[in-house]
Design a protein around this ligand. Structure first.
Ligand SMILES: O=C(O)CCC(=O)C(=O)O
Ligand SMILES: [Fe+2]
Length: 210
């Protein structure tokens, strides 16, 4: 195994059917400089929903395709609409980590070509949604938490009702797919614990095969 990543002896924990959590798999000291490079090339920005509302968190992308929200809907685009340039390349460190996490959770062969980078400040939330803009739903989602803690909420097939919640900390990696691929999920940061280096900031990498 590459020494780029922590030699975690944590096994994935199945939180609900087909949703896995691997604690402390990712290392901020390895990933933070790489995130900085991505953000320098494609700055974080607040996108707007098709309805015209500003999203609560700022985002950017790297990889062949980037997820964007614009007046005529959500889609994956080859270019950053802000600059007109292709998104920054997918860093090897992101790709390798995502492949390692997916394999540990039984999704061998996952090969992400799109990474959404989300930035949260304390109090900013991601409301319940499905990740459903990807053409091949047999591929899982890999989601990497860095920085302050956050409450990840899993709703299931509808966003009504009480979610199952888990507190995510720096380095934790979630993987979901198969029967859970389209679950509604959201993130709250109103009770987040600061991180020693990043304080009340959180970065989340969402890696997808598009
Ligand atoms: O920030 C997270 O933990 C989840 C992010 C997410 O659900 C998304 O980017 O679609
Ligand atoms: Fe999501």
């Amino acid at each position: 195994m590459s020494d780029l990543f922590s030699q975690t002896d944590q096994l994935p924990e199945e939180l609900i059917k087909d949703v896995y959590l691997i604690r402390s798999l990712a290392r901020l000291d390895q990933l933070q400089p790489v995130i900085k490079q991505v953000i320098t090339q494609a700055p974080l920005r607040f996108m707007h929903t098709p309805g015209g509302k500003r999203l609560h968190i700022s985002m950017t992308n790297c990889g062949d395709l980037g997820w964007i929200s614009e007046p005529n809907g959500y889609r994956y685009a080859h270019r950053d609409p802000t600059s007109g340039k292709p998104w920054p390349q997918m860093p090897d460190a992101f790709r390798q980590l995502a492949r390692q996490a997916a394999t540990l959770c039984g999704f061998a062969g996952f090969d992400p070509n799109a990474c959404l980078v989300n930035h949260y400040q304390a109090g900013q939330e991601l409301t319940a949604h499905q990740d459903k803009n990807e053409p091949d739903l047999s591929q899982p989602i890999v989601s990497v938490s860095l920085g302050m803690s956050a409450r990840f909420q899993m709703y299931g097939d509808s966003r009504n009702g009480k979610p199952v919640e888990v507190e995510l900390y720096d380095g934790d990696v979630m993987v979901w797919g198969r029967t859970a691929r389209l679950i509604y999920h959201g993130v709250k940061t109103n009770r987040s614990i600061p991180h020693p280096q990043l304080g009340l900031h959180r970065f989340n990498l969402t890696l997808r095969q598009v």
